[in-house]
Design a protein around this ligand. Structure first.
Ligand code: CO
Length: 572
């Protein structure tokens, strides 16, 4: 009997435990051994990998892929794709999707695991079709979640439809590690009965269930399991490759893995993990079993990011409260599975609710797009409270439709090739900065930008974006009288209002200023966007609470702001 193993250390292990901070230079040396270890596939590329490369590591993600391909010429390279959102956070037109899939395959990807956060098949069909056309393997993933509106028969029907649109394998993607052993058995067994393509299980150890659910999946006939080499396993990551290999062998399964090479691979990664632990990149919390995850359904990566983000801002004391708030926000939004970008939306909204002490008085821009149906259909009903919040500041998408050719032409000056264009398109701000820097200075001159560092060169590159910017695509009609309390108030705002009839706008959440629309002296109308502050990968548009003149703009693009930090003073 055969069981296949996908190694996740280069993508999910790295992402879940150390927020994807592993540079290519630190793992190139082991790719040869990984190539020859007998894995079914090496998961090595995805949204967070891409994001981290251009934002923090100063690496071209396409070049990273090409190097992996060159140094691991025989292994099947696998990536994770978010359906129509590709590796970004908004939906792209079909010609852009086709271009991306073509370039990914051309640069070395063999297996594309495609999922949609809402399990909306309409959002993944074009990716599947194009992957097939490029001669690669489309694997469709069910975003596994539990709620009153989700069920095992429902997931099985979804999987049957996935096979129907061309999936060459179907993966149960349990991103939060909530799949219990008994449900794992039931789901995998039923999938095996109903599907003719291989069945894959992907889970996380966060809730302490994954080893048990993997064993039950093995008993139920799973074809492929996702595991991480021991030093990058456990906690918010996958079960250990070596342990699963050994247990499978004792059940009479052959994983085809070379145990000596696995030892070499683990010996290579173990000291790296020690380093990341010493410098604080790896938080002890990410390695602990948290039974709370069973209730909150927080996926590994989201958990790590939340811990890091709050620690960076000195607000770790808010962690427990935000974690408690997450299931409530999820219910109010119709039980979306907590996977990117929904996980960030729910997380950011929970953070906003906690920080402002007021539920849905301020909604992040992406939540509004979600409510507008721009991400697909929500699985369940949206609560009246959220709808009321959305009414208070109704924002409309003014994103004009665009084609691949138009975008390519617009970005021709800064982009060297189609890969650059795709980078800019998927990461409007960070991508353009990265590509400009790369093509100006060449790779050697492209220094990594460290988190929190106010890099002058980076600031200089920050020119106003065009149509493609996520945050810039909304406008707030001025005839609506929004509830401004959430972002005007806090203690001092009401004081300054009393003294000189001016308003101060404070940061609702800690984050990074990615766009400033106005300068000191400009007139603003009520509801006009002032700036965009990015928090947990979500762009939050800060609107002017009143009509007046900007007395002082306290922040610049690239600034990191803390909660309740003064952003803008408005004289009325
Ligand atoms: Co995962």
């Amino acid at each position: 009997m055969e069981l296949k193993i996908t190694e996740t250390v280069l993508r999910d292990g790295n992402q879940s435990l150390i927020a994807t901070r592993l540079p290519l230079s630190r793992f190139e040396g082991i790719l040869d051994a990984m190539d020859k270890a007998g894995y079914y596939s090496l998961e090595c590329w995805g949204g967070a990998t891409f994001d981290s490369c251009i934002r923090f590591l100063g690496e071209d993600p396409w070049e990273r892929l090409r190097v992996i391909r060159r140094l691991a010429p025989n292994a099947k390279l696998q990536m994770l794709l978010r359906g129509k959102s590709l590796l970004g956070y908004r939906h792209y037109p079909d010609d852009v999707i086709r271009r991306f899939v073509y370039k990914a395959v051309e640069n070395g990807i063999d297996i594309i695991r495609i999922f949609d956060a809402l399990n909306d098949l309409g959002n993944i069909a074009a990716c599947v079709e194009e992957t097939l056309r490029c001669g690669a393997h489309p694997s469709c993933a069910i975003a596994y979640t539990e709620s009153p509106v989700h069920s095992i028969p429902g997931f099985v029907e979804l999987a049957v439809r996935m096979e129907g649109i061309g999936a060459k394998s179907v993966c149960v993607k349990d991103m939060a590690g909530i799949l219990s052993p008994i449900k794992s058995y039931e789901l995998i067994k039923t999938l095996k009965e109903r599907l003719s393509v291989p069945v894959v299980l992907h889970s996380h150890c966060s809730g302490g269930l994954a080893y048990m659910s993997y064993l039950k999946a093995l008993e139920a006939g799973a074809d492929v399991l996702d595991t991480a080499i021991s030093s990058f396993s456990g906690g918010t990551s996958q079960p250990s490759t070596e342990v699963i290999n050994s247990v499978a062998a004792s059940y009479g399964y052959d994983c085809g893995l070379d145990t000596e090479r696995l030892k070499t691979i683990n010996a290579f990664f173990a000291p790296l993990m020690d380093e990341y632990h010493k410098d604080g990149t790896l938080s002890l919390k990410s390695l602990q079993t948290d039974p709370g995850v069973i209730y909150s359904q927080i996926p590994g990566g989201m958990y790590t990011n939340l811990i890091r983000q709050l620690a960076d801002q000195g607000s770790s004391d808010k962690f427990d409260e935000i974690v408690r708030q997450i299931p409530a926000v999820r219910k109010d939004l119709g039980y979306p599975p907590l996977v990117t970008p929904l996980s960030q939306m729910v997380g950011t909204q929970a953070m906003m609710n906690v920080v402002t002490g007021s539920k849905y008085a301020h909604l992040c821009s992406e939540v509004i797009s979600y409510l507008n149906g721009e991400y697909g259909s929500p699985p369940g009903e949206i609560s009246a409270e959220v709808c009321a919040g959305a009414e208070a500041c109704k924002q409309k998408s003014v994103q004009p439709p665009f084609s691949w050719e138009e975008v390519k032409e617009r970005l021709a000056d800064i982009c060297g090739d189609d890969c650059d264009v795709l980078t800019c398109l998927m990461f409007p701000q960070a991508g353009e900065n990265f590509v400009k820097g790369k093509n100006k200075a060449g790779d050697a001159g492209n220094k990594p930008v460290r988190e929190g560092e106010k890099d002058e060169a980076r600031l200089a590159q920050n020119v106003p974006q065009g149509k493609v910017s996520r945050g810039g695509i909304y406008s707030c009609p001025t005839d609506v009288e929004p509830d401004y309390d959430s972002f005007v108030d806090f203690e001092t705002a009401s004081e300054s209002k009393a003294k000189d009839a001016s308003y101060t706008v404070f940061a609702v959440l800690p984050g990074t200023v990615t766009k400033v629309f106005k300068t000191t002296g400009d007139d603003v109308t009520a509801g006009e966007p002032l700036l965009i502050c990015e928090s947990m990968k979500m762009e939050n548009q800060i609107l002017s609470p009143v009509a007046g003149r900007l007395a002082h703009v306290h922040i610049r693009i690239g600034d990191r702001v803390n909660m309740k930090e003064r952003l803008v003073d408005i004289a009325v």
